[in-house]
Ligand binder design. Structure first.
Ligand code: NZQ
Ligand code: ZN
Length: 387
C-alpha cells in the first residue's frame, strides 16, 4: 500500500427528513446564498423545504446553474455574492450545482484579475467561502470531496480543479429527494459512480485489501440496486444504498493508498466539451474500450474484478477478463446508456481530434503510470468507434 494522508471533514446528514438539519448546521450569523439549477428543486419542493429550514436566516437565491456548469453563468453568482456580502453558500441540486458552488466559493475572495485562472491556470486559492449542500442526484460525489469540474463555454473547455478549502462543511443526503429524477439521470448516476470506483480499483495491485474489498462491495451494490432503482423509483432502500454508494465512491476513502487511473474521465471531459454529451454517457462509451486496450497492464486487477465482482469461474484467464469487460458494457446498456462512440453516432474524426485537444491541454501522460499517451488514446477511441 502506498503512503497516504486521509482527511474528510464533511459532515453527512443522511436519510428521509434530514433537510431540516440545515437550520442548526449553518450558524445564523451568516448571510447565505442558496444556489440551484434549472428548476427541478422547485418542482419537487426540495427548495421549499430548504427555505423553511432557513426561515431564521438571511438568505438570497441564485438559480440557473446548468449541467456541466459554466464559468459564464457562475460569474453572475460571484458578482451577486460580492455585491450582497454573502459569506456562506448552500448548493441545492446535483453535482453541477455543488461544483458550481465550489467555484463561486473560491472566486468570491479571489484577489487575481480573472477567477477563471483558478481553473485553467491553477491560480493559488488562499481563501474560500464556506459551502454546504443538499444533494438531489447521487453521482459525482462532489458533496463530500474537494473537486469541481467547470466548463468555459466560449473557449469550449471543461476542466477539473480541487483545493482542500473546498470540501463542503456538511451534505444532506435525503434519498426521497431523488424520487423525481428522470430515469436517464438514474442511469447516469449509477454509471458515473461505477466508473469512479473502476478508475481507483482497476489499476495495478497495491496489496490494499481494505480498499479492494470496499471497492468491490460498492460495485456489487451498484449491480444490485442500479436496475432495482430504475424499475422501482420509490424504493427507499434501493435509493438509499445508491446514494450512499455514490458518496463513498468518491469521498477519498477507496482511493487512499492505491494508484488512480482517471484517463476515462479525462477523455470523457473532452467528449462533453466537443459534443455536449452527459458526463456519464462519455464514460460508458470509453471505459470498456479503455480496459480492453490496456488489459495487459491491468491484467491482475481485471482478473480479480472478473472473479470477485462478476463471479466468473471460466478457467481461461484471458476469456474471463473479456467476459468481465463485456458484462461491464452490457450493464451500462441495462442502465440506459450507450457503451460505444459508434452507438452514439460520433464521426470518425474524433480519433484524431480528441487526442489533439488533450495534447493542447497538456494531458499527454494519463493513467496510473502516465502510460496513456495520445497514441493510446487514439487506440481507445478507435476501439470505441469500431465496437
Ligand atoms: O438543473 P436541474 O433543474 O436541477 O436538473 C438537473 C439536471 O438537469 C437534474 N436533477 C438533479 N436532481 C434532480 C433532477 N431532476 C429531477 N429530480 C431531481 N432530484 O439532473 C440533471 C443533471 O444534473 P447534474 O447536476 O448536471 O448531474 P450530476 O450530479 O451527474 O453532475 C454532473 C457534473 O458533475 C461533474 C461532471 O463532470 C458534471 O459536470 N463531476 C464532478 C465530480 C466531482 N466534483 O468530484 C466528479 C465527477 O466525475 C464528475 O466529473
Ligand atoms: Zn465522474
Amino acid at each position: 500500500m502506498h503512503l497516504f494522508s486521509y482527511h474528510n471533514p464533511t459532515t453527512i446528514f443522511f436519510g428521509k427528513g434530514q433537510i431540516i438539519a440545515v437550520r442548526r448546521a449553518i450558524p445564523e450569523k451568516h448571510k447565505v446564498l442558496v444556489l440551484y439549477g434549472g428548476g427541478s428543486v422547485k418542482k419537487n419542493s426540495v427548495l421549499d423545504q430548504v427555505r423553511a429550514a432557513l426561515n431564521k436566516h438571511t438568505f438570497l437565491e441564485f438559480g440557473g446553474i446548468e449541467p456541466n456548469p459554466s464559468y459564464e453563468t457562475l460569474r453572475g453568482a460571484v458578482e451577486l455574492a460580492k455585491r450582497e456580502g454573502i459569506d456562506y453558500l448552500l448548493a441545492v441540486g446535483g453535482g453541477s450545482v455543488v461544483d458550481g458552488a465550489k467555484f463561486i466559493a473560491a472566486a468570491v475572495p479571489f484577489e487575481g484579475k480573472d477567477p477563471w485562472d483558478i481553473v485553467e491556470k491553477h491560480a493559488p486559492i488562499t481563501k474560500a467561502l464556506p459551502l454546504s449542500c443538499v444533494l438531489t442526484l447521487p453521482a459525482a460525489g462532489s458533496e463530500s470531496n474537494n473537486n469541481a469540474v467547470i466548463s468555459h463555454t466560449a473557449k469550449g473547455i471543461k476542466r477539473p480543479f480541487s483545493h482542500p478549502l473546498l470540501y463542503p462543511v456538511f451534505a444532506v443526503l435525503d434519498p426521497t429527494t431523488t424520487y423525481t429524477l428522470p430515469l436517464k439521470q438514474i442511469g447516469n448516476g449509477v454509471v458515473d459512480t461505477f466508473v469512479h470506483v473502476a478508475e481507483q480499483y482497476l489499476t495495478t495491485p497495491a496489496q490494499a485489501f481494505v480498499q479492494d474489498y470496499y471497492a468491490e462491495g460498492l460495485l456489487k451494490t451498484l449491480l444490485e440496486v442500479g436496475p432495482q432503482t430504475l424499475q422501482h423509483p420509490l424504493d427507499y432502500e434501493a435509493r438509499a444504498n445508491f446514494m450512499w454508494a455514490a458518496n463513498q465512491a468518491l469521498n477519498g476513502l477507496i482511493g487512499a493508498g492505491v494508484p488512480h487511473d482517471w484517463s476515462t474521465h479525462a477523455i470523457g471531459h473532452e467528449l462533453t466539451a466537443m459534443y455536449g454529451f452527459d458526463h456519464a454517457q462519455t464514460l460508458a462509451a470509453i471505459l470498456p474500450h479503455n480496459l480492453c486496450v490496456r488489459q495487459k497492464a491491468k491484467r491482475a486487477k481485471l482478473l480479480q474484478y472478473a472473479r470477485r465482482v462478476w463471479q466468473i469461474t471460466e478457467s481461461n484467464e484471458e476469456k474471463a477478463i473479456d467476459m468481465a469487460i463485456e458484462k461491464t458494457a452490457s450493464f451500462f446498456e441495462t442502465m440506459g446508456l450507450k457503451s460505444s462512440l459508434a452507438k452514439l453516432g460520433v464521426e470518425r474524426d474524433v480519433i484524431e481530434k480528441l487526442p489533439a485537444r488533450l495534447q493542447e491541454h497538456g494531458l499527454t501522460a494519463l493513467g496510473e503510470h502516465g502510460e496513456v499517451t495520445p497514441v493510446v488514446v487514439k487506440q481507445i477511441l478507435k476501439a470505441s468507434m469500431d465496437a
